[in-house]
Design a protein around this ligand. Structure first.
Ligand code: 0A1
Ligand code: ZN
Length: 881
């Protein structure tokens, strides 16, 4: 096994650079294979740094062709160019000096998609986290902020468009078939926010007038011919700009804001200053090709990247350990934006589903790490759901603890105090402590302790004393590198519901601080007594998922049904339905495993059907209520010794029972929820489509015939309905002629639309059952499969591993062996992509023994790979530890 996975970097070793970077002047002479980069960097030695300290710059896969100090060649004795560093000695003791570095890079050969690369004949950069060092030698770290001027020279015909950060200074033809453009970004920024795009692209333009009356030019660049599909993204951008002014008082700060959509991108999008680069999946949409989920994602990601302009760009991270400072906060901001644009409850349900499906397993497995880690090997592997989603939940808890007004004051203080700086989580938290005069030391453990806290609750009602007692106990499970944990500050929103659904009027509370409906659990064990309770209340615990915990609270199905029917907090109603369903699904898995008949409680069926038929509830909520916990949710609930086949079989039977009992209701919903008129992606229409398609899938279960799905497929006039019908057909009747025909029709119709073809791959990759692997293998040979396009690889290999529990976790281990071969292959081209897909195996230890053993062997095969990247070896080694 190769062991040089890079050294471990520790937070405690942080210290500022010896040299201060004052200015950056870059000149690019673009060429697909031989791009020349000249970097002129002006530095001065930081006060107190000894005169013989050398300047050490970062580099990666660079060919240096020139090195000057104040325009004079540097003698060979005065520098060393090693694989990852350039060290320059004998530099001026106090005076500023200019280092000029010339490098040559090959964008075409850059399959890692980090640094400068080519995508569909367009030059494009990705510099976060450490991609800038693949362009030139540089102090490539987020606490080095400088002002950049960028000159771009390129062939005029193939690259008529030359873009970089900031404001456009000017440009001209050069007479040799080339032209140039110059850009200046007045805002000091770290190198990870640098961007350059050059090529031949179409444009969609608009303007936005800021709150102080400045007009900002908005431009979205897409491939020629795709301009109409950028209209929704533009609309979302303008709404984001407006919202950030209204909600956070944040105004945009350049004359121009640009977005470029590219088809090869490792992540969702990137917030480069004034020049966001997007995976085209999160820009392009029209009714014929995008689903409601696609529209919602575009809205959220456009907002996310735009919001980074203040949370990330104006105020950035001191070091990469602070990643959640920008990511957790910005996810919180985009969640709030979507909640305001759509239904807050439905948005919260979707967030919590996602958190539980992705972050909880990460926090419970070998890859668990604190929101603010203290060590890493490969920073690329820390763009995790813990840093992003749990980081957002921690921000949300600060807002819950402080209340809206103080939270706003804390944010304002943060923006005022730290604008233009590179700061830490401690700086952020201090702003909230200061405005609220609360000690947030214990609360800060949310940043430092990994693992999902487990809260155990039990209650007692004393009719004679009219008191209700709640006993709470918290435990944070051990995680890698952290065996003993301190008790956390857990803000639990609660409600005490009376028989008629109204809330009990509490006269006094002892045993815990309460602020409004927030109970502060701060000790390992706490007993809380509520007085003045005239009849036995039903406790609704963790309303709105106010804190991201696992909860053990034995509640009767009747109490849960009571919450599902009466809670004023709609999210809590959904949660109660979920809590009703989970024990049924767990028991069903056990029965299925034992070959016994599966039982489904009538109370669950009644509660679900009551929600489905309740026209007083918005359709999107009813759709969420009907969507049972996923197979992964059930596996997590079971915890260990999981058999994905039994979980699947049990869940299918519960679905059939619900479908059978609700046949009439579902049939009526399919008729009633038709959305007429021209397509609109608004939340209300999307909700109707969601409810209709959910009802349709139950109905197909009940009938066990493909006919209705075929009819829905033929009648669909938008991608949401079409892809849902196709999914139902292919997943329920994979071997049917109807499914084969629909898949073929779909493929032919959308063969030239990559984003839709990704859906075609995904639908097939996620067909449950052991036959999935052969299907996936066959699809890899399809001419439309393209192993170097990240979206395509994720659509087929990624979704198979992440989202097909029965197919991937085949008892014979073939799924894992397939993945290990794929990872080794993908890793040769794109380590980041390989490492990310590999995390699909993060819960392997919770599988039953035979599968777990196969999984371990497959992981060992990967670990034994000869040319393993740092990215993959970091993940695989942590998974095997
Ligand atoms: N900062 C971006 C995420 C991002 C991170 C790394 C990347 O490089 C491969 C790209 C994007 C965001 O939060 O949107
Ligand atoms: Zn982000």
């Amino acid at each position: 096994m190769r062991t040089d996975t890079g050294e471990i970097i520790h937070l405690e070793d942080y210290r500022p650079t010896d040299f201060v970077l004052e200015r950056v002047d870059l000149t690019f002479e673009l060429d697909p294979r031989e791009t020349k980069v000249e970097a002129r960097l002006i530095f001065h030695r930081r006060e107190g740094i000894s005169a013989d300290a050398p300047l050490i710059l970062d580099g990666d896969e660079l060919k240096m062709t020139g090195l000057l100090l104040d325009q004079e060649e540097i003698a060979a004795a005065n520098y060393d160019a090693a694989e990852h560093t350039l060290t320059i000695r004998n530099l001026p003791a106090t005076a500023p000096f200019e280092v000029t570095i010339t490098t040559e890079i090959n964008p075409e050969a850059n399959t890692k998609l980090m640094g400068l690369y080519r995508t569909s004949d367009v030059y494009c950069t990705q510099c976060e986290a450490e991609g800038f060092r693949r362009i030139t030698y540089f102090p490539d770290r987020p606490d080095v902020l400088a002002v950049y001027t960028v000159n771009i020279i390129a062939d005029k015909e193939t690259a008529p468009l030359l873009l970089s950060n900031g404001n456009y200074l000017g440009g001209a033809s050069m007479g040799d078939g080339r032209h140039f453009a110059a850009w200046f970004d007045p805002h000091p920024k770290p190198s990870y926010l640098f961007a350059l795009v050059a090529g031949d692209l179409g444009i969609v333009e608009d303007t936005f007038t800021t709150m102080s009356g400045r007009e900002v030019a908005l431009k979205i660049y897409v491939e020629h011919g795709k301009e109409p599909r950028a209209a929704y993204a533009m609309d979302a951008l303008k709404r984001s700009m407006q919202w950030d002014e209204e909600r956070f008082g944040r105004e945009y700060d350049l004359d121009i804001f640009m977005i470029v959509a590219v088809s090869d991108f490792n992540m969702g999008a990137m917030e480069n200053k004034g020049l966001n680069v997007f995976n085209d999946k999160y820009v392009l949409a029209d009714p014929e090709t995008a689903t409601d989920a696609d529209y919602a994602n575009i809205e959220a990601i456009i907002a996310h990247e735009y919001f980074h302009n203040w949370t990330g760009n104006r105020i950035t991270c001191r070091d990469w350990f602070q990643l959640c400072l920008k990511e957790g906060l910005t996810v919180y901001r985009d969640h709030e934006f979507s909640a305001d644009q759509r239904s807050r409850t439905v948005k919260r349900i979707a967030e919590v589903r996602h958190l539980k499906a992705e972050q909880f397993p990460e926090d419970a497995g070998p890859l668990a790490h604190p929101v603010r880690p203290t060590k890493f090997r490969e920073i690329n592997n820390f763009y995790t759901t813990t840093v992003y989603e749990k980081g957002s939940e921690v921000t949300r808890m600060i807002a819950t603890l402080l209340g809206a007004d103080l939270f706003k004051q804390g944010m304002d203080l943060y923006f005022d105090r730290h604008d233009g700086q590179a700061v830490t989580i401690e700086d952020f938290v201090a702003c909230f402590a200061e405005v609220s005069k609360r000690d947030l030391t214990q609360f800060s453990l949310w940043y430092h302790q990994a693992g999902t806290p487990l809260v155990t609750a039990s209650t007692a009602y004393d009719a004679a004393k009219q008191t209700f007692t709640l006993s709470l106990e918290q435990m944070v499970p051990p995680t890698p590198g952290q065996s003993a944990k301190e008790p956390m500050h857990i803000p639990l929103r609660i409600g005490l519901l009376l028989e008629d659904g109204s809330e009990a009027l509490v006269t006094a509370v002892t045993g815990a601080e309460m602020t409004d409906d927030v109970l502060h659990l701060v000790e390992r064990k706490q007993t809380v007594t509520f007085s003045g309770i005239t009849s036995r209340p039903v406790l609704s615990l963790n309303r709105g998922f106010s804190t991201p915990i696992n909860l053990h609270f034995e509640q009767t199905p009747a109490d849960r049904a009571h919450i599902a029917r009466h809670e004023s907090d709609l999210f809590a109603r959904w949660q109660a339905l979920n809590d009703l369903a989970l024990p049924n699904l767990v028991a069903a898995a056990t029965s299925a495993k034992a070959g016994e008949p599966v039982q489904c409680d009538a109370s669950l069926i009644d509660a679900l059907l009551a929600a489905a038929a309740d026209s007083g509830l918005e359709p999107a909520f009813r759709a969420q209520a009907l969507a049972l916990p996923s197979e992964a949710d059930i596996a997590r609930e079971i915890g260990s010794n999981n058999d994905p086949d039994a979980i699947h079989a049990g869940r299918q039977q519960i679905m059939s029972a619900i479908a059978e009992a609700g046949r009439d209701i579902f049939a009526a919903l399919v008729d009633e929820m038709v959305v007429s008129g021209p397509f609109s992606p608004d939340a209300a229409s999307a909700g109707r489509r969601a409810l209709r398609n959910t009802a349709l899938s139950y109905l197909v279960y009940a009938e066990n015939l493909p006919a209705r799905a075929v009819a829905a497929f033929n009648a669909a006039n938008n991608m949401t309905d079409l892809s849902q019908a196709l999914t139902i057909l292919a997943h329920r009747f994979p071997e049917s002629a109807e499914a084969a025909e629909a898949l073929a029709t779909f493929k032919t119709r959308f063969a030239d639309n990559a984003l839709v073809i990704d859906k075609w791959f995904t639908i097939q990759a996620t067909i449950p059952g052991a036959a999935a692997l052969d299907r996936v293998t066959a699809l890899m040979a399809d001419p439309l499969f393209n192993g170097s396009n990240p979206n395509r690889v994720r659509a087929l290999v990624g979704t198979f591993a992440f989202s097909n529990p029965t197919g991937f976790n085949r008892a014979d281990g073939e799924g894992y062996r397939f993945l290990s071969r794929q990872i080794l292959d993908i890793d040769l081209r794109n380590p980041q992509l390989a490492a990310r897909i590999l995390t699909s195996m993060r819960s392997w230890r919770s599988l039953e023994q035979v599968r777990a053993e196969h999984a371990r062997k497959a992981l060992r095969e990967i670990a034994a790979g000869k040319k393993l990247s740092a990215d993959v070896s970091d993940i695989v080694e942590r998974m095997l530890k």
